[in-house]
Design a protein around this ligand. Sequence first.
Ligand SMILES: Cc1ncc(COP(=O)(O)O)c(C=O)c1O
Length: 421
Amino acid sequence: MNPFEQFESNVRYYSRRWPAIFSYSQGSVITDEDGKEYLDFFAGAGVLGYGHNNPELVEVAIEHLRSGKLLHSLDTFTTQKRAFLETLEALILKPRGLDMVVQTVGPTGATAVEAALQLAQRLSENRAVIGYEGSYHGMSYRAASISASMAGRQVVAHVGDFVALPFVDRMTERDVELLDAALRQGVKGEKIGAIILEPTQGEGGARPFDPEYLAVVRQKATEYGVIVIADEIQAGVGRTGSFFSFEGSKLDPDIICVSKAISGLGLPMALNLIRRSLDTWNAGEFSGTFRGNNLAFATSARMMEMYWRDESFATATKAKGLTVRSALQSIADCYPELDFDVRGNGLLCGLNVKDTQLADQVTRAAFDRQLIVETCGAGDTVVKLLAPMTTTSEQLHDGLERLSEAFAATLPVKSPALSAR
Ligand SMILES: Cc1ncc(COP(=O)(O)O)c(C=O)c1O
């Protein structure tokens, strides 16, 4: 029995999917103890959007540690937090016309969701929540209870004051009626206080909402006095080829939850952006010991300076996303009878193979070819690709080739020629 099996809880998961012992990482490559290199198209579930050990951010971190700069600061004022706030305002919020303030919370995405729900309840004076099928918002009790994608495999049951509406990829009149009815009726006697959604769903299957529907969500929420929370924890911070995945729609959220890739270096960090006029928190009302990760403030500020001063990074991410989707389409075209479905937005992409076992087999065959990809979606039928945005074009093609070979090894047809080449 190895020490992991001996000393770790049964709850461990990813080690069962990728049974290597990883030691080093750089960019889009992880190296195991035996020196075997893997292309990482999972990126720590989206945390490592700017690559593993991004060299410039590593230098920021080293300099930070060497010079004895503050590491932990609760929510006191620090030099690093000031630089982070000013950079976020100048490069991200202001150019997007977002008049929002920053609430730093404890280091997980679920904590940001908790804080958003509590603030929404305070503002609307109502507790019930509208969410969507396929949603995932984290594993704290409340966040898990409004995560429809976890139904059936989580310990926490959906509590009574949550309703999951169908996901909307192409809005119909029925979708608007359902939203309106939920807002009117509430849930089990509780009125609706918030609508929470991932404008592009991650765990739900790499799928963007219809932007027209997002506009209706905004309009109806305003009509009913309900708070709109955009959970941008997985799809945000550039993953979809814009800083926030709702950009280009009229969602105009009241609260935006941000985490995962925001430090740029994979450090734990989470925050909410709150519309300034709705920032009704009293001092200390929502707390958390690890709100002041100054190392993460420092690397995050540099990440924004490096990648968000102009449009070039966003444009490159969009182009890489098109490459991935075109390769996925080529794979789908090899198996027309199986009717695979290509999804995605920017570099949050997936191929719905509509079969749990097949998706699992393909990801395992990919791992055999030193490519790390994961499944997601209802029934885990979607092979999801979350390559770091910094992945080089050569690595992208290499990984897509390996995926194509994994399909060919799993399904009895010859390896498709990648149209992306
Ligand atoms: C959209 C979304 N929200 C919230 C979370 C929860 O974040 P954390 O695991 O850091 O609590 C996740 C994690 O995958 C997520 O994808």
